[in-house]
Design a protein around this ligand. Sequence first.
Ligand SMILES: [Cu+2]
Length: 110
Amino acid sequence: MKTARLLFIFSLFFQLTAATADDMPTYKLLMKDGRIHPETLEVPAMTRFRLEVKNEGPGAAEFESLELKKELVLSPGVTRNMVFFPMKPGTYKFFDDFHPETGQGRIVAK
Ligand SMILES: [Cu+2]
């Protein structure tokens, strides 16, 4: 009976997690060896969204946007999420602060 109850609590927990994860569109960004994929990320304007950033390495990477006031350092192999508040239509630049010469990208809100 304990096990059944525990399973119930766990399934409830996962349902709740899934529900919170679903209410926001998620976009993926890959940082790899000083490069950013994709370099242009199109998102809906005036909509809160999540960006899942993965650094495949080999070194550290840092997602940085001066315009959006966002900064996130990622060790190699690490994936982290960032939530962006609704943006006005426009183009917002970001870069990999560890590789600014090759790692340049933009978020285009439409
Ligand atoms: Cu920085």
